[in-house]
Design a protein around this ligand. Structure first.
Ligand code: MG
Length: 398
């Protein structure tokens, strides 16, 4: 009876145990370099959230605007100005007009602004200066894209129209000229794509100066240009904080400039403001690693299955990569010891069927030892390695 029970228990522990453990691009154990003081995830970490799905849009033509990506927030789709208002206290209706799928500045009516307020963004705008050329330099086809309402990316018809360099189309006005002048002739649509990252301050301390990247007609014209303040006319701009959010404004500079296909996408937080992109501070990394360890341990608990302990064991071992929690180390030791004992008790002719599982567990322990999560003398690690060697499973043969 005793023997039967012991065999039944071994059978239960090993019956279903089968986990894909092969190291490599598709799986565990744990794969690339582990988390460190500034990176909460391992290299190629399978616990890192998947990028969100976005259905891409399409490029436009002179005749037809393109289609925005699926997560874009549409500000103007050629139909109406319901998302816009006059740029004056209290807002109210604007005198800008919608004609032939475009919104057009009514000279003398004032700026127009969005009712939406937003900060960091990917912003898409198409504009066209009047086909009938009037004026020169800054007097020709002038408008402006005002980020957060006060940092101007210039709109100007400088096709065969010299002006000061830091006032060209797609200049950060008064701060930085565009790196090129890829403008289409007047009357044609010009496509502007902007990536805007406002300056981030903590009190007086600048954590990130803020940057703007601009493509004009597909040509890179502002390459991660630092925002030395918002820019402006004649005065040297000074670096400083921007608001968290503000409206997008288009300028009335006295020219009937048209706009179409205006949309933006919100951008994820930078690490300096609590986001998880790029290298994180030591404190933020430690907090995130703790959170990840807890998440993986929770997941392990869901995998609990006396008949098949390997998935839970493997997940618990994985949690140690993020946080070396002594209670978990203890549990790993106990579960692994029990599993190894069951393997060892198998008759020789049955052992071969456990080859992949045992090798996988060995590889997982090897990972944890390699990166000093567990000592090389960790009992189950030594034992599982011995089984692999004794069986010749460490050799490259089938
Ligand atoms: Mg302007």
């Amino acid at each position: 009876m005793k023997v039967f029970s012991a065999l039944a228990a071994i059978g239960a522990v090993l019956a279903l145990a089968s986990v894909g453990y092969a190291a490599g691009s598709t799986g565990s154990p744990f794969y690339g370099d582990p988390p460190d003081d500034h990176h909460p995830w391992a290299v190629h970490d399978q616990n890192r959230p998947q990028p969100k799905l976005v259905t891409p849009g399409s490029f436009g033509t002179q005749e037809q605007p393109g289609k925005p990506p699926s997560d874009a927030i549409i500000l103007f789709d050629g139909k109406d100005l319901s998302k816009w208002e006059a740029d004056k206290p209290g807002g109210g209706p604007t005198k800008w007009v919608v004609k032939d799928g475009a919104m057009e500045c009514t000279p003398g009516s004032g700026y127009i602004r969005t009712k939406d307020q937003f900060g960091d963004c990917q912003l898409h705008i198409e504009w066209a200066a009047p086909k009938d050329v009037k004026g020169d330099s800054q007097g020709r086809g002038n408008s402006g894209i005002f980020l957060e309402g006060f940092c101007e990316i210039q709109v100007l018809d400088d096709y065969n129209n010299p002006t000061y360099a830091d006032g060209f189309a797609a200049s950060v006005y008064g701060i930085n000229p565009p790196a090129a002048n890829p403008l289409n002739p007047p009357g044609q649509w010009q496509v502007v794509d902007i990536v805007f990252r406002r300056p981030v301050y903590k009190g007086d301390k600048c954590l990130d100066p803020g940057y703007v990247t601009v493509f004009l007609n597909g040509v890179l014209v502002q390459d991660h240009t630092p925002l030395e303040g918002p820019g402006g006319h004649m005065k040297r701009s000074k670096a400083g904080p921007f608001p968290d959010k503000g409206p997008l404004k288009f300028q009335d500079h006295g020219n009937p400039v048209r706009f179409r296909n205006v949309w933006y996408r919100e951008l994820p937080l930078r690490s300096v403001e609590g986001g998880t992109d790029g290298a994180l501070s030591v404190e933020a990394t430690a907090a995130k690693r703790k959170e990840l360890a807890a998440m993986v341990r929770q997941d392990a608990a869901k995998l609990k299955d006396p008949a098949n302990p390997l998935p839970e064991l493997r997940r618990l071992m994985e949690s140690l990569v993020y946080e070396k929690d002594e209670a978990t180390v203890q549990k790993v030791q106990e579960m692994a010891a029990k599993y190894i004992a069951a393997v060892k008790a198998l008759p020789a002719d049955k052992l071969g069927s456990k080859k992949d599982d045992v090798k996988g567990l060995n590889a997982a322990f090897a990972y944890l030892v390699k990166f000093n999560v567990l000592p090389a003398t960790f009992g189950p690690k030594v034992e599982i390695e011995k089984i692999v060697k004794d069986q010749g499973w460490d050799k490259n043969k089938k």
